[in-house]
Design a protein around this ligand. Structure first.
Ligand code: SAM
Ligand code: SF4
Length: 330
């Protein structure tokens, strides 16, 4: 058996994004409706043992990096225990986490003790308390900003995820860039995608990659810096700034040709692309007794179906997009 995950366009898959839960303590308006989403019964979520096993098999096929996301990963009970468990996989090099930050302050010193955990991506869409509460529909700005400062001082690398929405936080792009002046952080602006639990919003002016970049370069001297081949963002250095800024063309999908990622949702659905509607039910496969070799063969064949890009993945969907990012694992 060829022991490497290479798709039919020659792209090597070495990165898995795993959603550890579909639950969340916030209600960001670009991610879900105010009343939340229909969460699945607990037994439908993959167990930590099942997640560990899936990641182990993937690392035996060359995956080196895992991103843990959700929902909110720290909402899952014993998530710190899972991080320790995952760290014991000797084939895994890097564990990164995407979090809204509301629950992690007390865990930072323990996170620092796990050397495979390199980067925390903290989602923060506004630096203004009231606007933050409008977007997330929860009043937790002060806690999250405090966490930002604690993470910045920690040994973990800190990236900020900022989803830009027209008529909301697009007037804060400059303030976020200014934050990189004295802080060693990477601020990344993300194009909004229609994964809000309801589908594409009507009539929104689109803050796409070019418009965000234009807003930055109008105000700063930004020089593009080289990024890892499969980086999701294009990154820029501003004169005399300690940190960097980046833009993630998530909706205009300019990054697909270097894609090295697959995704596993909290209920164990295998996804080759953010925009596909799920390719395989791993949970049933495992619970029906699949061996590790069965899983290996399955993964090798599934990645061969990886579509060339997110537009093709979207065109191949059976249903229009109506899911929340919280069930996919962004
Ligand atoms: N709860 C965690 C958080 O917010 O960081 C992890 C899960 S969240 C789904 C992962 C990332 O997806 C966050 O940075 C969030 O801002 C982003 N996201 C969610 N919905 C999105 C959308 N409709 N368009 C673009 N990014 C989105
Ligand atoms: Fe929760 Fe993250 Fe979605 Fe916000 S973006 S509702 S924090 S899962």
């Amino acid at each position: 058996m060829i022991n490497s995950l290479i798709d039919s366009f020659g792209r090597q898959i070495d990165y898995v994004r795993l959603a550890v839960t579909d639950r969340c303590n916030l209600r960001c308006n670009y991610c879900m409706p105010a009343h939340g989403i229909d969460i699945v019964p607990r037994k439908e979520l993959l167990t930590f043992k099942e997640m560990y096993r899936i990641v182990r098999v993937l690392t035996e096929l060359g995956v080196q990096k895992v991103r843990l996301t959700g929902g909110e990963p720290f909402v899952r009970k014993d998530f710190m225990f899972f991080l320790e468990m995952l760290s014991s996989n000797d084939l895994l090099e890097t564990i990164n986490i995407t979090t809204n930050g509301a629950l992690i302050a007390k865990h930072i010193s323990d996170l620092e003790k796990l050397p495979k955990i390199k980067t925390i991506n903290l989602s923060i869409d506004s630096l203004q308390k009231e606007k933050f509460a409008d977007i997330t529909r929860r009043d937790v700005f002060d806690d999250i900003y405090r966490t930002l400062e604690l993470l910045e001082k920690s040994s973990l690398q800190l990236k900020l995820n900022v989803v830009i929405q027209s008529g909301s936080n697009c007037d804060e792009i400059i303030d976020f860039v200014k934050l990189t002046k004295n802080k060693n952080i990477a601020v990344r602006f993300i194009e909004e995608m229609p994964f809000n639990g309801e589908g594409l919003r009507e009539g929104n002016e689109n803050w796409n990659f070019s418009k965000i970049l234009n807003e930055i370069t109008k105000n700063f001297n930004a020089v593009e810096i080289s990024s890892e081949r499969s980086s999701t963002s294009r990154n820029y250095q501003i004169n005399n700034h300690l940190g960097t800024v980046g833009i993630i063309p998530a909706f205009t999908r300019a990054i697909c040709s270097d894609c090295n990622r697959i995704r596993i949702t909290a209920i164990g659905t295998f996804k080759n692309c953010l925009f596909d509607d799920g390719v395989f039910n791993l949970k049933d496969f495992i619970r029906n007794g699949a061996s590790n070799n069965d899983l290996k063969e399955l993964f090798l064949s599934l990645v061969k179906q990886k579509p060339e890009n997110g537009f093709i993945a979207e065109a191949n969907r059976k249903k229009h997009i109506s899911e929340s990012m919280s069930t996919i694992g962004g």
